[in-house]
Design a protein around this ligand. Structure first.
Ligand code: R5P
Length: 296
């Protein structure tokens, strides 16, 4: 039977996956040397079984990526027949293209090292860009969709005449899907990001919002700037409540405080990044993908 190898960033999700799949969790030791280097050892003999490494690569990304590679390597050294890398949040997925000349193509670097260290396949959740998956040339890489689970949670809130809003036209299909699942309406705003400064601006838009619950959905909340801008536009239309729902809640630079100050009354994320807003679990969605990989 496959064994779960818990990464230091995903203890809760590993346990939830164990509960869903019935797989045992292997014993893993971690240490950080005084100079900051990470040490990982798989303490159990994996006896030719499949190892499922679960390690999200949310901040501090660089450390999490190294631990991921160490976990894959250590699992093979501990006798695993193969390793499925479950990376719920795939770091650097926004660096999926060369936007300005001579930039590093970091998501492809990550794909290459994950392959090189010996993973047999990779599962992630709502990868920011499908391009990232195409950078895996030798192994199968797939992304599972957490929005149906988020929609289930939203449906339990008894929302009033919900408007599901994408803060960016690119993410509109996600908003449409969620709106469909909760019998709401979908809309989008237009957002622009300055490639040099990273500054985000959102255009004003007249939407029928008065008295309604507005749910802003996005894949990632990082600094919160995108959602704060959207909340400012929405607030002008006198909504009943503003809710922000994302898959990956990174919350850097006091994002949660900024969201609250912008009038966001509830923040929902999944356990791809474990935090106090992780109200939705992706364990079942990942378990389904693991099963499909094991069967195929
Ligand atoms: C961008 O394309 C993503 O979908 C998110 O909107 C973005 O990463 C959110 O970042 P922040 O919270 O810093 O605005």
């Amino acid at each position: 039977m496959p064994l779960l190898i818990p990464g230091p960033s995903s203890p809760l999700l590993t346990q939830r996956l164990a509960d869903v799949c019935g797989y045992e969790v292997a014993k893993v030791g971690y240490r950080v040397f005084p100079d900051g280097e990470s040490y990982v050892r798989v303490e159990d003999d994996l006896k030719g079984e499949v190892a499922i490494v679960i390690q999200s690569c949310s901040p501090p990304q660089d450390k999490r990526v190294i631990e991921l590679l160490q976990l894959i390597d250590a699992s093979l050294r501990a006798g695993a027949s193969k390793v499925i890398a479950v990376v719920p949040y795939f770091a650097y997925s926004r660096q999926d293209k060369v936007f300005l000349p001579h930039e590093a193509l970091t998501s492809r670097i990550i794909a290459r090292v994950v392959e090189a260290v010996g993973a047999s396949s990779l599962i992630t959740v709502n990868v920011h860009s499908e391009l990232v998956l195409s950078y895996f040339e030798r192994i199968k890489a797939l992304s599972v969709n957490a929005f149906p689970e988020i929609a289930n949670y939203l449906a339990s809130l008894g929302l009033r005449d919900p408007l599901v809003l994408s803060p960016d036209k690119k993410r509109y299909p996600d908003a449409q899907r969620v709106a469909e699942l909760i019998a709401g309406e979908a809309a989008f705003l237009e957002k622009k990001r300055d490639l040099e400064t990273g500054e985000v601006t959102t255009e004003e838009k007249a939407l029928a919002i008065e008295g309604r619950d507005v749910v802003i959905v996005d894949d990632i909340i990082s600094t919160g700037g995108t959602i704060v801008n959207a909340a400012k536009v929405i607030s002008k239309g006198s909504p009943k409540r503003i809710i922000a729902a994302c898959v990956h809640g990174l919350y850097v630079a006091n994002a949660l405080e900024k969201l609250a100050a912008a009038g966001v009354g509830e923040i929902i994320s999944t356990d791809t990044v474990e935090s106090r807003t992780s109200k939705v679990t992706v364990a079942k969605a990942i378990a389904g993908a693991v099963e499909r990989l094991l069967e195929g």
